[in-house]
Design a protein around this ligand. Structure first.
Ligand code: GRF
Length: 226
């Protein structure tokens, strides 16, 4: 079984690239039906085209209001044949009808250890706050921002000399590990939501070698290949 999924992205698309790469390596049982961006110039779109993936630009200025935009976005994703949606740096809130259409089948990555630092520019906020541990969270998307059940989190050390940029770079390295892993679990049907919690069905895969990203903490543990 191969899960057809759409990826929404507004920016550079490095998380998109990490997911494409793991799919091409056969580590994620998914097929990307479309990459959709509200920013026509987003590098995410050119990354998609480079891999033969349909790239759809949907600039919000082309639509008279939010409702019209949201309907067009939902139509584009559904028409692509996607059965799940991955938000990879998508900087717009999804409308309730979109979330309802893909209930418990939308993942997001947030560059902070939720529920700390929801919202935007959170790496800079965490650095300014003086946290000593920062990180990233992959979670299911529900109607509230940065709120749904958590799938996986990764922590990195932070220090007094960090700023938003240095912290963002350290966190991004781990995003590229944990997001493909979470998508692989979703595609394999191993994620079950119970209330606020996500339960991961076990597998016999051996744990990943985390030496490359050490020191860090990732839980649940990454599996070989991620
Ligand atoms: C990542 O830090 C992600 O957590 C946040 O936006 C950034 C996207 O980076 N939501 P990229 O477009 O995947 O390179």
């Amino acid at each position: 079984m191969t899960l057809p999924l759409a990826i929404l992205a507004s920016g550079g698309g490095s998380n998109l690239q990490a997911i494409i790469d793991r799919i091409e390596e056969g580590k994620i049982a998914a097929r990307i039906t479309a990459v959709v961006s509200n920013k026509p110039q987003a590098r995410a779109l050119s990354r998609a085209r480079a891999h033969g993936i349909p790239a759809i630009a949907l600039p919000q200025d082309d639509y008279p209001d939010r409702a019209a935009y949201d309907a067009a976005l939902l139509a584009a994703v559904q028409d692509s044949g996607a059965q799940a949606v991955v938000l990879a740096g998508y900087l717009r809130l999804l409308a309730p009808p979109f979330i309802a259409a893909f209930k418990n089948r939308i993942l997001n990555i947030h560059p902070a250890l939720l529920p700390s630092f929801p919202g935007l520019r959170v790496q800079a906020a965490a650095a300014a706050y003086g946290v000593t541990i920062a990180g990233a969270t992959v979670h299911f998307v529900d109607e509230e921002m940065d709120n749904g059940p958590i799938v996986i989190q990764a922590a990195v050390p932070a220090g007094p000399d960090d700023d938003g940029e240095s912290l963002a770079a350290r966190i991004l390295t781990l995003e590229h590990r944990i997001y493909p892993q979470a998508v692989a679990w979703l595609a394999a049907g191993r994620l079950a939501i119970a209330g606020r919690k996500t339960r991961l069905a076990p597998s016999s895969l051996p744990p990943a070698d985390l030496a490359l990203v050490s020191p860090c903490l990732v839980n649940p543990m990454l599996e070989e290949g991620f």
